[in-house]
Design a protein around this ligand. Structure first.
Ligand SMILES: [Zn+2]
Length: 151
């Protein structure tokens, strides 16, 4: 969308709105809605485009349905690639940076956060490194035991 409209990804807000009676098993992120799309959109009141830009974008969007023609599989693959990235924010395209939890029970633990914070609040958990550390320690212990037994 950003490429098609030639606008920065930081100026694009992603929102998903479900229509009809849907049930969710987990809590919804703030940009996934079952109702209230218009009030969700209205919360973004910062002016980022000039009148001319809005007209240009509108004209492009009118053609979007006929011009964008990717398959469902391609769309899913592209989403997967975006969200697997450890360097680029999938929400806004900015760089992801290493951050540390400042307070609470997880204080001191690290995660990836969007460098455009607070404009973009995307965060990504790091894979649990302590599991690998534990496996490494166990492997080293085994090696030590084997060496000791051979002496
Ligand atoms: Zn971001």
């Amino acid at each position: 969308m950003s490429k098609y409209l030639s606008i920065s990804e930081t100026n694009i807000q992603t929102v998903i709105s479900f229509v009809g009676d849907v049930q969710f098993k987990t809590e919804l992120p703030s940009n996934v809605l079952r109702s209230g799309v218009s009030s969700y959109i209205e919360q973004f009141d910062e002016r980022v485009f000039s009148e001319e830009e809005v007209e240009r974008i509108m004209a492009l969007l009118t053609n979007v349905k006929s011009e964008i023609n990717i398959s469902k599989e391609e769309h899913i693959q592209s989403l997967h690639n975006r969200y697997a990235s450890k360097t680029i924010c999938p929400k806004c395209g900015s760089e992801l940076v290493m951050r540390e939890v400042k307070q609470g029970a997880r204080k001191g633990s690290q995660f990836l956060g969007c460098s455009s914070f607070p404009r973009c609040r995307y965060t990504k958990e790091l894979e649990n490194k302590s599991n690998w550390r534990m496996i490494t320690i166990i492997v080293i212990l085994f090696l030590v035991i084997i060496i000791v037994n051979k002496l």
